[in-house]
Design a protein around this ligand. Structure first.
Ligand code: FAD
Length: 532
């Protein structure tokens, strides 16, 4: 390369740049004028600059090319000087790109962009090129300056990152599970289509609202993910939209460490904890399990009904026998008093005493023959689940009577410590009562409303029907044993609500009839959460 190529008067030329750098260059120019640096220094600086630099005439014919130009393109300067820059073109760069390049130069402005170049050995590379006009003191463009480097690797890396992102996105979207990635502030960073679908199904408020529901259900498991390396697996949750088809999910969560991208994290790595949640829909599996469970329940409840029926019958018999025995006992004590006064009637007294003894023996026999009540220990119970089971058990009757169910389970119902079988029998009794009440021919509208809700202290279960209701004077009596509002007592032993009250009382709760409800009968059961 000849020294003469640097002989142009550099101090009288300026290279256009964007306005910010332009000012900097003017400043640099002033400094240049002040400094005693020779032109030779500037030439050598350009010559050894690690960027491929070329200077061309106004038709892009190359006048000068530095050492890096040779390294990047494979052409020695002697091979390119006098040739057009198009010698580097692979002729696959769209024309519009060149038009933009030349358009900017025509406006005396720099242009930066990517071109597909071909090296002397035929190898293609992506030239990350900046061209700028060199303008003289009269404001005329006299040369063009070209600076480029091989941007192939950077582009390949960028493309690889992009491709991997696309591959990951399509992989994540094709996973049958819902996935969501959260930052340390619990903001959604990424979610797959499965998550979006679930959010649409469950929350009108969109992804964030659904996320809130999810994290609330995951409780401590989710909390533990925050700020530390942790994970949880197979945590099962149930979400209910009240359509009678609760969805069951198995959840997985893990923390992911992500390095910060900010410049100050370049040398001192700053790690943030992100949280990945994966939600698998296991509803079909659960439904199958539930079907099997229901069949077992049906068998169990049939047995329980039998025991309960026997208890009621024997209790009824005891109840009925108790009256005459009491009368005989009263007669015996009267006769004894008379005998004490000398007014003897030994035969009658001994006959009465025998009758009393026989009556008492019969009563004792009956009491002994009472089947024992269910002995059941307390366990953690999901009341929604129990009511759902009861509704499933009653499906046939409900359908048969054309009853519409309005089932509104609380989405966040805490577990209760209780006797599962007894509670199930109790709710079944209440639902049976409601069905029975609405089965009368004159009842046209047949709706069964069941709502569960919770405060910090108690669970409230509301069961309302659109039957004839209970007359106000009876609302306390209906809980008494053997009391029935039915006009034909056969078959109605009047023990249902008394059993309900007994079960509720054993759970330290209360049950009452809402007197403000006029469309039928509304029974409210309140069960304290701390009843152990
Ligand atoms: P061309 O016929 O040369 O031009 C294609 C289009 O460019 C035309 O339609 C026209 O609109 C526009 N054009 C061409 N010359 C001029 C001009 N003098 N004035 C206004 N518009 C014009 N190209 C590369 O492929 N690789 C490079 O590394 C590269 N480096 C360059 C460095 C500098 C400093 C300059 C000034 C240009 C550079 N070029 C480079 C552009 C190059 O000169 C060609 O324009 C380009 O290669 C297209 O060549 P072509 O033979 O396919 O088409």
């Amino acid at each position: 390369m000849s020294q003469s190529k640097s002989s142009s008067d550099a101090s009288s030329l300026s290279v256009a740049a964007d306005s910010a750098t332009h000012q900097a260059m003017i400043n640099a120019g002033l400094h240049l004028k002040d400094s005693n640096l020779s032109e030779e220094v500037f030439f050598q600086a350009v010559e050894h600059c690690p960027v491929a630099i070329s200077i061309t005439d106004l038709k892009a014919n190359i006048l000068y090319a530095n050492r890096s130009f040779t390294q990047v393109t494979g052409y020695a300067d002697s091979e390119v000087v006098g040739k057009n820059e198009s010698i580097l073109s692979n002729h696959t760069t769209p024309r519009i790109v060149y038009q933009a390049l030349w358009g900017r130069l025509a406006q005396q402005k720099p242009w930066t962009g990517m071109l597909v170049n071909r090296r002397k050995d035929g190898q293609l590379y992506l030239a990350e090129l900046t061209v700028a006009p060199v303008i003289n003191e009269l404001g005329e463009t006299v040369y063009f300056l070209g600076m480029h480097r091989d941007g192939t690797e950077v582009h390949q890396l960028q493309q690889r990152v992009l491709n991997q992102k696309l591959m990951m996105e399509s992989m994540i979207n094709s996973v049958p599970a819902a996935m969501v990635l959260l930052d340390a502030d619990e903001k959604i960073v990424m979610q797959n289509q499965g998550f979006e679908r679930l959010a649409q199904d469950f929350a009108a408020g969109g992804n964030s609202a659904f996320l809130g529901m999810l994290t609330r259900q995951l409780e401590g498991h989710f909390e533990r993910l925050k700020g530390e390396r942790s994970h949880f697996n197979s945590k099962e949750i149930t979400m209910d939209r009240g359509d009678g088809r609760p969805r069951h999910f198995s959840c997985f969560g893990t923390t992911i460490e992500i390095a910060q991208e900010s410049p100050d994290a370049f040398f001192e790595q700053d790690i943030s904890h992100y949280m990945l949640l994966m939600i698998n829909d296991i509803s079909d599996f659960r439904r199958h399990q539930e079907e099997m469970h229901l069949n077992t329940l049906k068998a169990l409840m049939a047995e329980e009904n039998l025991v309960q029926g026997m208890r009621e019958t024997v209790n009824g018999a005891i109840h009925q026998l108790q009256g005459p025995v009491n009368l005989i006992a009263a007669a015996v004590s009267t006769l004894k008093r008379r005998a004490a006064r000398g007014d003897k009637d030994d035969l009658v007294l001994s006959a009465a005493e025998e009758a009393l003894e026989a009556g008492q023996a019969a009563l004792d026999n009956l009491i002994d023959s009472l089947p024992p009540p269910l002995d059941e220990s307390k366990q953690s119970i999901n009341i929604n689940q129990i009511i759902r089971e009861v509704l499933s058990l009653c499906t046939d009757q409900l359908l048969c009577q054309g009853i519409t169910i309005n089932w509104k389970p609380s989405l966040h119902l805490p577990s209760l410590a209780g006797q599962e079988r007894r509670l199930r029998s109790m709710f079944k009794q209440l639902v049976d009562n409601a069905i029975e009440a609405m089965s009368a021919r004159e009842i046209r509208q047949r709706d069964l409303h069941i709502v569960t809700s919770a405060t910090k202290e108690l669970l409230e279960i509301e069961i309302a029907d659109t039957g004839p209701g209970i007359p106000e004077q009876d609302i306390f009596r209906v809980f008494q044993p053997f009391y029935s509002t039915k006009t034909t007592p056969s078959g109605f032993r009047g023990m249902g609500l008394s059993m309900v009250q007994e079960v509720v009382a054993d759970h330290l709760g209360s049950v009452f009839i809402d007197t403000d409800y006029k469309q039928g009968c509304r029974i409210i059961v309140q069960l304290p959460l701390t009843n152990v």
